[in-house]
Design a protein around this ligand. Structure first.
Ligand code: 1WB
Ligand code: MN
Length: 345
């Protein structure tokens, strides 16, 4: 711990966990004959050989109260906002996914109850069954008192502009609960060029997949239908805000030739109104500076991406960021408290 370790209330907002039942389900997926691009990572983590370096990941995902709390203490991290790790329940059949989402939410609520000052949590839901998802979402917020939702981009290669998913979006909006769209590997139609060089996941594929989900939602008019829906993107906004000028310009052209529906606002205006971003796994002061200037400091939240990224450099990155102390307090905790309804200390 450094001398400054207690200087800020650090709320880390994209912190992954799993439960044994979901891990067992993903091991079964790993041994099944599916061709989804996520299989590369699912095999590596959930069907790892004991001597594989990846074998270290699963115990760290399953641990909530031992090594994790020690890591938080050692690095001056006050709170993990926990989320069931990618691909969540989205590779299971609809019934299994619905049941496992509810089980994961129950476990999450239990651990938060044991450590109410150290943990908050994003609830899972199964987009495979949108009506049941909406019910679980209501239970997760109203009964379990969870702080928002997590979903891992596409479901069976389909995206949220498809109205079949809208009961879930409608529920999130009605519950005033932000949906954190975490990455998963590119959908079937996008997958081929990502099968080489380790591009399937965090190196490149995750960002392409998740930015595509966000842009499809914007240009299809999802935010005209659900104007109060809040979405959170990790990994410095998956770079969407770098594209806003060109998105506005080219979306107008697409609208004018009838390729895209007319929208009430420009794409950039939806991004600034309906989205917040986090710094998970993207420790560049240059990118942080751009993000704060592009979106406003109130829309940028801090995250580590535990256990996929180490905590100490994520803390050092934000502690040393060339921004005012007032802005640092917002990025470290004020924005997370507002967006995810986390009690201030
Ligand atoms: C990795 C990163 C793997 C993330 C993951 O598996 C997730 C990785 C679900 O770096 O290998 C992530 O959340 O960024
Ligand atoms: Mn992550």
């Amino acid at each position: 711990m450094t001398a400054d370790s207690k200087k800020y209330r650090r709320i880390a907002t994209e912190e992954a966990f799993s439960i044994p039942e979901v891990a067992a389900g993903l091991r079964d997926v790993a041994r099944s004959p599916t061709n989804s691009l996520d299989m590369i990572l699912v095999e590596r983590i959930y069907d790892a050989k004991a001597d594989d370096v990846q074998a270290r990941l699963l115990p760290r995902l399953l641990d909530l109260e031992k090594e994790r709390l020690r890591d938080m203490d050692d690095n001056g991290v006050a709170v993990h906002l926990l989320s069931l790790t990618a691909p969540g329940v989205q590779m299971f059949d609809a019934d299994t996914a619905t049941d496992l989402a509810a089980l994961a939410n129950d476990r999450l609520a239990e651990v938060i109850k044991r450590h109410p000052t150290r943990f908050a949590g994003l609830a899972s839901f199964a987009p495979q069954s949108p009506k049941r998802a909406a019910k679980e979402m209501e239970r997760a917020i109203k009964t379990l008192k969870l702080n928002g939702f997590v979903v891992n981009s596409h479901t069976n290669s389909e995206y949220f502009d498809d109205s079949k998913f809208w009961p879930a979006l409608e529920a999130a909006e009605a519950l005033d609960a932000c949906i954190y769209i975490h990455p998963r590997a590119p959908s079937d139609g996008l997958a081929a060029p990502f099968r080489h060089y380790g591009l399937d996941s965090a190196q490149w594929g995750y960002g392409i997949e998740t930015s595509t989900q966000a842009v499809r939602m914007i240009v299809s008019g999802v935010f005209d239908r659900f104007p109060k829906l809040k979405i959170c993107l990790g990994h410095m906004g998956e770079a969407v805000h770098f594209w806003l000028w060109r998105l506005d310009y080219m979306n107008k052209n697409a609208q004018n030739r009838g390729a895209a529906p007319k929208l009430k606002l420009k794409p950039s205006e939806y991004f600034k109104r309906n989205f917040v971003i986090t710094t998970s796994g993207q420790e560049s002061h240059l990118a942080l500076d751009f993000s704060i200037k592009a979106l406003g400091v109130e829309n940028v939240l801090w995250a580590i991406d535990y256990p996929y990224q180490p905590s100490a450099p994520a803390v050092a990155f934000m502690d040393s960021a060339p921004i005012s102390d007032k802005d640092k307090e917002l990025v470290y905790h004020g924005n997370a408290e507002r967006v995810f309804h986390i009690k201030s200390a």
